[in-house]
Design a protein around this ligand. Structure first.
Ligand SMILES: [Zn+2]
Ligand SMILES: [Zn+2]
Length: 389
């Protein structure tokens, strides 16, 4: 089959690789009909996630048709149409039983690697480094799906791929980012990052009853998409974000702040940007956490900071004093996607949300290298790319 392979920093290639096959009794093999390139794939592309190996198959947002099932998968049959969540979860461990699927205790065969860096291991994730299991991803023609009786959700009506594909990651991730804010009617929420996850966090915050949602980015076309989801846009290259947020909230600050940026944030002040860029390039810190620092400083006293942007390791100049002295709550997590599949599919079916509004580019799988380049450099107003084999 053809698959998008990580070949080193800034290099992906679509290569011929062996077809996946059933390895365990709870596996399924899915023929992929649509997959997507995620903002978090750019952290791999840029070479900032440790434990990638040349030839690793990328992609954790995919859906398709079941072509083979293991003997213990009774919930799916050949021919079923499914969306596959990005975290791989067994469904039986203590974490899974508590709905914490992205920290499943049984799905990461390389837990030891992750433990060295993080203390304890999270779940395996498709196409996202060996530390997270070394699973081949779904920017390919086929994928093996472990624990296929737990993760994939069947799409039984005629909703097109583009409306349901993002159940695999970015829609539930944006939703969980808003859910962690404990939104009450009248709340003001600020979202750093107007990429697809930020756009979904904006839409989710309104569905949960927020009165105002403010979105912060520097790309006008991304801010326009956030505005279409109802947000008030702030371009941090034009305004001082902390001052402006204070002015917009009668001096108090937003009730909750969502970091939908993660480890490769950009900063408009050259000196500040240089500090973290140099340290990150020298591998002295793995993150450039400007958005997170600003989200903490901006949040009102007693408010919540919700982190859904991806981080990989350790960071500098974390404003712990602000967090502690002002009674802030910090929440985070890779999305527990399996939890949200059914309720969010129902919202899509009812027309409460149509996630396809984030798509700007549709490409053949073979064009994935061009897609990565374009998405990285934000050329042609690239917001979200869907790949079809
Ligand atoms: Zn993703
Ligand atoms: Zn589990």
């Amino acid at each position: 089959m053809k698959a998008t392979c990580w070949m080193g920093r800034n290099t992906v290639e679509v290569r011929e690789v062996p077809d996946p096959r059933i390895l365990n009794s709870r596996d399924a093999v899915v023929r992929i009909t649509s997959s997507a390139i995620c903002g978090s794939d750019l952290h791999l592309y840029d070479g900032y996630v440790p434990t990638m190996k040349k030839g690793d198959i990328l992609g954790h947002e995919f859906m398709g048709e079941v072509v083979e099932v293991g003997p213990k998968v009774s919930t799916l049959k050949v021919g079923d149409r499914v969306v596959v969540p990005f975290p791989i979860a067994c469904g039986n461990c203590t974490s899974c039983e508590h709905g914490m699927y992205s920290v499943c205790e049984n799905s990461n065969p390389n837990a030891g690697l992750a433990e060295k860096l993080m203390g304890h291991a999270p779940s395996g994730i498709f196409g996202y480094s060996h530390m997270l299991g070394g699973y081949p991803g779904g920017q390919a023609q086929y994928a093996r799906v472990p624990f296929a009786d737990v993760g994939p959700i069947k799409i039984e009506d005629d909703l097109p791929d583009e409306k349901v594909l993002f159940l695999s990651d970015i829609l539930p991730t944006g939703w969980m980012g808003a859910e962690m804010c404990d939104i009450k009617p009248g709340d003001t929420i600020a979202v750093w990052g107007a990429g697809p996850v930020g756009q979904f966090a904006v839409a989710s915050a309104y569905l949960m009853g927020a009165e105002r949602v403010i979105c912060i980015d520097r790309f006008p076309y991304r801010l326009r998409l956030a505005e279409r989801a109802g947000a008030e846009a702030l371009n941090y290259e034009d305004v001082d974000v902390l001052d402006t947020l204070r002015d917009m909230t009668a001096g108090r600050g937003p009730d909750a702040c969502i970091d939908a940026v993660g480890m490769e944030a950009h900063h408009p002040t050259p000196a500040m940007y240089a500090y973290d860029r140099v340290k990150q390039a020298a591998r002295l810190e793995t993150e450039r956490p400007y958005a997170l620092r600003e989200a903490i400083m901006a949040c009102r006293n007693g408010g919540i900071v919700s982190v859904i942007g991806v981080y990989g390791g350790v960071l500098d100049k974390f404003p712990m004093g602000s967090l502690m002295n002002r009674s802030l709550t910090l929440r985070s997590g890779q999305c527990h996607v399996q939890r949200y599949l059914k309720p969010l599919l129902a919202k899509i079916r009812d027309g409460e949300i149509d996630p396809s509004f984030v798509i700007t580019h549709r490409m053949r799988l073979e064009d994935a290298p061009r897609g990565y380049e374009m998405f990285k450099n934000k050329t042609d107003e690239c917001n979200k790319i869907v790949l079809t084999p």
